[in-house]
Design a protein around this ligand. Sequence first.
Ligand code: 15L
Length: 265
Amino acid sequence: EPLNRLLLTGAAGALGKILRDSLKPYAKTLRLSDVAPMAQAAAGEEVVACNLADKQAVDALVAGCDAIVHMGGVSVERPFEEILEANIKGVFHIYEGARRHGVKRVVFASSNHVIGFHEQGQVIDADCVKRPDGYYGLSKSYGEDLSRFYFDRYGIETACMRIGSSFPEPKDRRMLITWLSSRDLTELIRCCLFAPKLGHTIVYGMSANRDQWWDNSKAAHLGFHPQDTSEIFRTKVETQPMLDAADPALKYQGGAFVKMGPFEP
Ligand code: 15L
């Protein structure tokens, strides 16, 4: 049974563009938002320009939706001030809108950068200590805590997807482990939207890759079973030159994000 109206934020982004098509079967109406320009609305779509930092605009955006897939915001490491507006204020505005308008379920695009300072090769699960690797990771960590609060206080259910690397292909050796195909991303979101009981769930977003750092056993109630694997790209990726063994991008799960910034003028 499809949802009546599903809100997708970040619809002009790389993943948003894919989800605009792939989430279509799951809602009678898909409401699409972004600050960046979007293709005009097709049948079954509503296109709404919205800056996540604008509380009133987000409130109007959320009104009338049954569920939210929150992909919007800055998706890479940037100066704190930018992250503050789009991600930290943005996620607060989304949840305030959800509370005010009675939206009961959110799927939040969190990131592996919430746990980026865990060492590569260590296996961690949903209950591991958070070790954000920058302002971006910190903003996703805040979103996870905020969503936990809105569940405990108001019963709004959330899945925090700690997405690994969702690109058409893994770009380097690390991404052989962190890669999430767009098909598996769509299936993960479908599981989060329709699981009978979601509560507040942390789930790692990776495909069925050969080597894994993330244990999803605590998200088994979602029934998410990835179909794809990075193995088909291994030969191609392994022709790349090796990084210097002392490079922190090779030591930590967050890869190159752990050495970005601090953005001094
Ligand atoms: C992310 O959170 C970013 O949005 C994406 O651009 C990738 O860099 C990814 O993480 C990653 O860790 O590979």
